[in-house]
Design a protein around this ligand. Structure first.
Ligand code: BEZ
Ligand code: FE
Length: 303
């Protein structure tokens, strides 16, 4: 077969997949080709525009290394990451909602027990917060010995892994106790900008939108026999809750940081007086044969 035009080319390209054994790969590539061609036809893509796209994707790839994942960031700001979360993690009634993983998860964070201090070694101070709650099943029974992978940005809006230093900061694997209770000391998160010093930043500026994420703490909560959840706790009252640069806000994930003024309470918990307190329960759905969501760190994407 030869001599294709804009009406016959798509079928010819799809036909080249006829020997593909893997049916899922075939399905995905067939659809991707049809949509790509359809997109080019719909906008009547010029050669200059095609080359601009090539240059943009090249720059996105060149910005990636084992710490920086510009492609995940691109997926996030295009809403693709949240689309994939929505398709694959339909909320089970009573369970904590899932949201975007983001590009700043890191493997191998230190482990902490009940009441530990994630502020230790922090290079920047914030508002001292006692974060506490339980890990429960959807019928509100305590789940013993869950692990909460926690990470958040520093007061300057930058994550530890974005810097050229080896130490983790405001990040840890917090172990809940046998009664499902967890607690740790941290700082109240602040809103921050997604990285805009690369091609995705250029795209955001070109789109005329802001590049802010509302303040949040990340958590991956897991326990044997339950579906792990990749989620956030957002800060009530944050000015960027509407208009999150990556579309990840859910009403059910907004927590209240309450001020506690009590010398006695502060002393008991080892906190300064006054301090903030976030009470937050996580609820996990039973595993029931569901495939766990993959937790990807930027370094996983580099061969
Ligand atoms: C984050 O919350 O860490 C994040 C998510 C998506 C893009 C950039 C940052
Ligand atoms: Fe974040």
């Amino acid at each position: 077969m030869r001599q294709f035009n804009e009406d016959t080319l798509t079928d010819a390209v799809v036909a080249r997949l006829k020997e593909v054994d893997n049916p899922r790969f075939k399905q995905i590539m067939t659809s991707a080709i049809k949509h790509l061609h359809g997109f080019a036809r719909e906008v009547q893509l010029t050669e200059e525009e095609w080359f601009e796209g090539i240059k943009f994707l090249t720059a996105v790839g060149q910005k990636c290394d084992d710490k920086r994942q510009e492609f995940i960031l691109l997926s996030d700001v295009l809403g693709l990451s949240m689309m994939v979360v929505a398709l694959n993690h339909k909320t089970i009634p009573g369970a904590t909602e899932a949201t975007v993983l983001g590009p700043f998860f890191a493997h191998g964070a230190p482990e902490f027990d009940y009441g530990a201090d994630l502020r230790e070694g922090a290079t920047l101070k914030g508002e001292d917060t006692w974060v506490t709650g339980r890990v429960l099943s959807i019928d509100c029974k305590a789940i013993p010995n869950a692990v909460l992978d926690i990470w958040q940005a520093k007061a300057d809006g930058v994550y530890d892994v974005q810097e050229a230093k080896a130490e983790f900061e405001l990040r840890g694997r917090v172990k809940a106790n046998a009664k499902g209770e967890y607690a740790f000391k941290s700082y109240k998160p602040k809103f921050y900008s997604v990285p805009i010093d690369g091609p995705v930043g250029e795209f955001i500026r070109a789109s005329g939108n802001h590049h802010m994420r509302p303040a949040h703490m990340h958590a991956i909560v897991s326990a044997p026999g339950y579906q792990p959840v990749i989620t956030h706790v957002f800060v009530e009252g944050d000015p960027f809750l509407d208009g999150d640069a990556v579309f990840a806000v859910k009403d059910s994930l907004i927590g209240k940081y309450k001020k506690v003024s009590s010398a006695e309470e502060a002393k008991k918990l080892g906190m300064p007086n006054p301090f903030l307190r976030l009470d937050w329960d996580f609820r996990l759905a039973p595993e029931a044969g569901v495939k766990a969501r993959k937790v990807i760190a930027p370094s996983d994407a580099v061969a």
